[in-house]
Write a protein that binds this ligand. Sequence first.
Ligand code: BTN
Length: 261
Amino acid sequence: MSLSELLSHHSMPSDPVIYRFDKLESTNSTLKRLAAEGAAHGTMVTAQTQTQGRGRHGRQWVSPKGNLYVSLLWRPGRDQDEWGCLPLVAGVGLHRCIATMLNSSGVDAEPLSLKWPNDLLYNGAKLGGILCEADGDAVIVGLGLNLAWHPDDTPYPATSLEALGMQPCTPASVLKKLSPALNKAYAQWDLTGFAALRATWDSASIDVGTEIQVRLSGEQYSGSYAGVESDGSLRLRTEEGAVRQVRVGDVFPVVPALEAA
Ligand code: BTN
């Protein structure tokens, strides 16, 4: 049976429950509570604004009205030691969806890329981020996507779909397209593991050989990006030529120093 035939038999919620709120502290926190009360795989929580939206490593995710803030509940059937690649699985779904939207609006989708483990970038500027949080047998996949607004005071450049020239779109209309794209990526992972999505990740991610720095809790490693392992961890080729596996950390492309005038 082909993958598409297999996927058509895969039991995804055909009509997932979506809880919509005007304002929440964090869609991830609310969905975590619902998951503890037994919410089903595929349940989603979305809010127009968040007062305590959070990013990775406890950072704040500023959440004014107009952007998309959504959390999705996955109850993975696969072993817990495979869950580390779920941010990448969600990233593949997000990238596919936004690339399609850009193309159909006449905006070049080529500069759209994924940066390990959870960033959606356009020309290196952050367009969206993913925060996966595991709780018992549940994984809460939180996505923030800049539709109309982006911060201009972050240590990295940021952008939004509107700043890229797309017509204004509502969070609800984007979620309608994003939900099946995430379901499809999840179903591929659930059926065959990350191996099936690795090539898609590779073609969407920053180029192998890009000079990067990996930072985690005070430590910093330099080298070049050498792709990802089958468990979703990062491969960093060190300056000595060895390949180091990184499970947790932030990646920063190395910007060449400007030549003196
Ligand atoms: C990151 O890039 O650090 C991840 C950002 C994730 C933000 C989203 S917005 C919806 C969901 N609820 C949260 O509190 N965070 C995630």
